[in-house]
Design a protein around this ligand. Structure first.
Ligand code: IVH
Length: 742
């Protein structure tokens, strides 16, 4: 569309309403709000209604921003805001100072300053079984080229279910506290952290610079007492201790935090001016000496059997600890080995979270709805009779795909002994950590006579296009592409999401509202919004509860994002199989948009199925890019509508080339290296990680762009190709001396 869209465009197809039909059914209270038409309200009624709406919207904002507990649907939320705006338009003098009209979705972070972490705050890989743990240990041995009998000790610590916090001390004084945020940038909660008793304000004998990391949490007893107090005072109660801890720490008024009983356990660190010890155990002991609470159940485990025993012991004590834990974290004890292992994009190779089994409950399946995602995938969602699972009320759960509902896996083998799932059934729901609840099992003895198997739709419920299942794909997909409103909206939501364009004030909810009003149809429209509005600012101001300031802020935030790093742009395009990691790999490989675009254009010109040529070989030489990902990229650039949409977007942006790799001083910085043959002094994985840490790119195959080949014994075709192309080839010793490790 974008051309020709005006503010006066009639709202398009009732996509939003259709999508949310189930929610309207389930939210009788929302229907009630519409009972007295706005133009029939008298002044007293309007005042009362505005008061009620302000409270309801504030409550919804809070629930939403705690993310896992949204209490009403987006449609219901929008209806509240629209009604509020309509009443304010009629009774302008009644507009409340605490009303929602001046705020943009009450972005929670607005009041907090942002802090960039000097060292990224990492998350953890998860394990769910003993064999996952054994694989983890075996992987570490392989990476470090250690024999199976070489000693290798790990710590086992409870995984606290709270929120992580990084505390920076300089000269023994707490100078900064930041939440994890996206790992790179968090919120400045220094004033709040100072009110937590477990966190010392001053420490003695610490390194000059010390960043202590750990978990803020609330005990069960404190949580229950807080909720009781809140209920008595008519305030907001919390769904579980973690939400209570998060809500309490992230209070703009630190005196509120002070009145909330938050606790802290230290388990890790960031920047240090001097090491805390040589092992995790020593470092924790040192933190404890400095006055930080360290979890008393931490164990040192000499082998995998001891790790599993520690896990079992901690699980057994779980119910009596008095605070929530959701697993056990294993960490390689030796910090020098940790450093050799390094980190993947967001998780360390030397640590693992071994989760406890999920919590379960039985409830009735009331309906199965189909949601259409940004890649067209039709995802069945179970609408459940609400049930409490591990302290959280669950009313929706994923049903994965049509095979899962039918009781078979993707290869046709039975799951749940082949039992299918039907509307009206009693089903078992479980939650594993923070992930979306799942339906695990069905109780056939409670199945009603005459129930019918669920028939999975073969048409997209949003646009009516055929929904087809490609061979080898476990999901059915809408073939509507950009004409499917659901796909288009989901793509826009992905586009503005945190790891993509991350536009402050333009979240999923605003995207839906703008879509509904016909203002934004594709990413490029976001960047022409202000210009199309022009003096229409006034119109924006009158709708959806936007104030002049919030509208101006939104335009400023959009404008700020015109300068965008290449990796974020590639990720934001929402191409199937191109996640954050792949986007970063592509950005590093091509360096800038012109090179990326030229390569995609060249490949896209080849006939389908006959991709070849130097650009194609070059794309496949990127380590981490396989044929599936490559084919998906090319399909996007081949599709004229997609291509035009990308061109319109990029024309409005200032795409930042990928920054030069770090450690520019290293002899391999910026070079493309291929490892081949057997390496004897370090594993292939370690060699690759080392090369990347020194700023090199590691490719999977040799091409004219390869700068260096490291060939061990047994090197075959790659070494041969390198010789043909005249690419410099060295052996492992040569490699080690090149990087100064020889
Ligand atoms: S270590 C370098 N240890 O779990 C690794 N994390 O799922 C950083 N967590 O973001 C984390 N207890 O918020 C570590 N004993 C523990 C933990 C723990 C809880 C949290 C932490 C982290 C999340 C990852």
């Amino acid at each position: 569309m974008p051309v020709g869209v005006t503010l006066d465009a009639a709202p398009p197809a009732p996509y939003h309403l259709r999508k949310k039909a189930w929610q309207r059914r389930r939210e009788p209270d929302m229907a009630a709000t519409a009972q007295t038409p706005v133009d029939e309200l008298d002044e007293a009624g309007a005042r009362a209604e505005l008061e009620r709406l302000a409270a309801a919207i504030a409550a919804a904002d809070e629930a939403y921003h705690r993310r896992d507990a949204p209490e009403i649907s987006d449609a219901a939320y929008d209806a509240l805001k629209a009604r509020n705006a309509a009443i304010e338009a009629r009774f302008a003098h009644l507009a409340r100072a605490d009303g929602p009209s001046g705020r943009v979705g009450a972005a929670p972070a607005e009041g907090f300053g942002k802090l960039r972490h000097a060292q990224r705050m990492l998350s953890l890989d998860n394990a769910f079984s003993d064999s996952d743990v054994a694989d983890f240990v075996a992987g570490i041995r392989r990476f470090l080229s250690l024999d199976a009998d070489a000693p290798l000790a790990f710590t086992a610590e409870p995984k606290i279910d709270g929120l992580s916090l990084s505390l920076r001390y300089e000269a023994g004084r707490l100078v900064q506290a930041a939440t994890r945020g996206d790992g790179t940038t968090g919120e400045d909660v220094t004033a709040n952290a100072r009110t937590i008793r477990d966190i010392p304000a001053v420490i003695e004998g610490a390194p000059e610079v010390l960043e202590v990391r750990g978990e803020v949490y609330m005990s069960h007893a404190d949580f229950a007492a807080l909720n009781a107090r809140q209920a008595e005072a008519g305030g907001k109660t919390f769904a579980n201790p973690r939400n209570a801890a998060a809500g309490s720490l992230r209070q703009l008024d630190a005196s509120v935090t002070a009145a909330r009983p938050l606790r802290f356990f230290a388990y890790s660190w960031g920047t240090l001016s001097a090491p805390l010890g040589a092992t995790q155990t020593e470092a924790l002991a040192r933190l404890s000496q400095l006055g930080f609470p360290v979890n008393p159940l931490t164990r040192l485990c000499p082998d995998t059997a001891a790790m599993l025993a520690a896990w079992a012991e901690i699980e057994q004590r779980r119910a009596t600890l008095g605070y929530d834990i959701d697993g056990v974290v294993y960490k390689l004890d030796d910090l020098a080995l940790q450093a050799r292992l390094g980190v993947r994009s967001t998780t360390p190779r030397w640590a693992l979270a071994h989760k406890f089994p999920a919590e379960l409950a039985w409830t009735r399946l009331e309906a199965i709805d189909i949601q259409v995602g940004r890649t067209g995938a039709l995802s069945p969602v179970a609408r459940l009779q609400p049930v409490t699972v591990g302290g959280v009320v669950v009313s929706n759960a994923t049903l994965h795909n049509e095979d899962y509902i039918a009781g078979r896996d993707s290869r046709g083998a039975p799951i749940r002994d082949g039992k299918d799932i039907r509307v009206g059934d009693w089903v078992q729901v479980y939650r594993a950590g923070d992930v979306i609840p799942k339906v695990a099992d069905v109780d056939l003895s409670k199945r009603k006579d005459g129930s019918q198997p669920y028939e999975f739709p073969s048409k997209c419920p949003e646009c009516g296009s055929d929904a087809v299942r490609e061979p080898g794909d476990s999901v059915r997909r809408c073939t509507g592409g950009l004409i499917c409103p659901a796909q288009a909206v989901e793509r826009l939501k992905h586009f503005v999401s945190r790891a993509a364009f991350d536009i402050e004030g333009l979240g999923a909810r605003q995207v839906e509202a703008f879509w509904r009003d016909g203002w934004i149809r594709e990413p490029a429209d976001i960047f022409t919004l202000e210009e199309r509005f022009g003096s229409g600012l006034q119109q924006l101001k009158n709708r959806e509860g936007w104030g002049e300031k919030s509208a101006a802020n939104l335009f400023a935030a959009i404008s700020e994002r015109r300068r965008i790093p290449l990796a974020r742009l590639i990720f934001a395009l929402g191409i199937r199989h191109v996640g954050e990691v792949a986007a970063r790999l592509l950005a590093r490989h091509y360096g800038g948009w012109p090179a990326f675009e030229a390569a995609m254009t060249a490949i896209a010109e080849a006939p389908v199925g006959a991709e070849s040529g130097p650009e194609w070989d070059d794309l496949l030489s990127v380590d981490g890019v396989g044929p599936v990902l490559a084919a998906s990229l090319v399909a996007t650039f081949r599709n004229p509508a997609e291509r035009a949409s990308i061109d319109r977007l990029v024309a409005l942006l200032d795409v930042q080339p990928e920054a030069a790799p770090v450690a520019a001083a290293s002899p391999v910085a910026g070079k493309t290296i291929v490892f081949t043959g057997t390496l004897e002094r370090m594993s292939r994985a370690e060699a690759k990680a080392r090369a990347e840490a020194l700023g090199a790119k590691v490719a999977g195959s040799v091409s004219a762009k390869t700068d260096l080949v490291v060939a061990g014994p047994g090197a075959g075709s790659k070494a041969k190709k390198a010789a043909e192309l005249g690419v410099r080839t060295i052996d492992e010793d040569g490699w080690l001396s090149l990087i100064g490790a020889g």
